[in-house]
Design a protein around this ligand. Structure first.
Ligand code: AR6
Length: 234
């Protein structure tokens, strides 16, 4: 091997090791060598960043809905994703999932960019969820901007063919054209857009701190998301 190749092999090996330490679930799941055959939904925590929904309340809803769906998954699995190790929502959900003894092979948390789960983290996910806006349009920052930008214009076209807008608590499943880099590079076949409840007064449909309504809409949003995922993998 030329020096250059040896260096890149060494750095790949080191990178892989770092990924395993950051996300130990992947190492254990991939040991079976069949992770790409396991239908997987990767989803962000709906509403907890730009929409300013309380993290503790959101984590209760996530756990409640995961508990409800974890036994309906067959061989599929659910993965809650966020960008950093400092993620408050990931720590809360991880602690509550452990307390409730939720099967860690069926549900786990993962640190990474949802648009680079395979190439950046070695995690195969055929379906990813988007914390969308009501117009189902690119932009606005957060995970919505990242997904539309990584998927290319094909996602906007395919989305517009299925729906023009969303009400809070609802979702729409969009099959991703094979021309999209997200499909080609990351193995994503479907994007599910979900609109969560909004507590940010600078965004439409603000609930102004009404967490009774907010939690109800957040439950509805996760129900719609998980039902949508099941309809794809069944
Ligand atoms: N990969 C994984 N997780 C991410 C990524 C990413 N690339 N980017 C953000 N997150 P947010 P919301 C996490 O604000 O609160 C948009 O403007 C983030 O850390 O994307 O539902 C839309 O257009 C947080 O945990 O969604 C809507 O108008 C989670 O994703 C509005 O924001 C959700 O954060 C929706 O607000």
């Amino acid at each position: 091997l030329e020096g250059q190749e040896i260096t890149s092999l060494l750095s790949d090996a080191a990178g892989e090791e770092v990924k395993r330490i950051e996300n130990p679930e992947v190492a254990s799941v991939n040991q079976n060598g069949s992770s790409s055959d396991v239908p997987t939904l990767a989803f962000p925590s709906l509403s907890t960043s730009d929409f300013q929904f309380n993290n503790d309340k959101a984590s209760d809803v996530i756990i409640e809905k995961v508990e409800e769906y974890v036994n309906k998954l067959g061989n599929a699995r659910l993965v809650l994703v966020d960008l950093t190790h400092g993620s408050k929502i990931l720590s809360l959900v991880r602690a509550k999932a452990a307390q409730k003894h939720i099967n860690p092979k069926k549900f786990f948390t993962f640190v990474g960019d949802i648009t680079r789960l395979y190439t950046g983290g070695g995690l195969c996910c055929n379906v990813i969820a988007n914390a969308a806006n009501w117009r189902l349009k690119p932009g606005g920052g957060g995970v919505n901007a990242a997904i539309f930008s990584a998927a290319g214009p094909a996602l906007e076209v395919a989305t517009a063919e299925r729906a023009k807008s969303l009400y809070p608590g609802n979702s729409v499943i969009v099959p991703l054209p094979s021309t999209s880099p997200l499909c080609d590079r990351e193995g994503v076949t479907h994007v599910i857009h979900v609109l969560g409840p909004n507590m940010n007064p600078r965004r439409p449909n603000c609930l102004h701190g009404d967490y009774v309504k907010g939690c109800e809409i957040l439950r509805k949003a996760y129900t719609s998301l998980f039902e949508g995922f099941l309809s794809i993998v069944r």
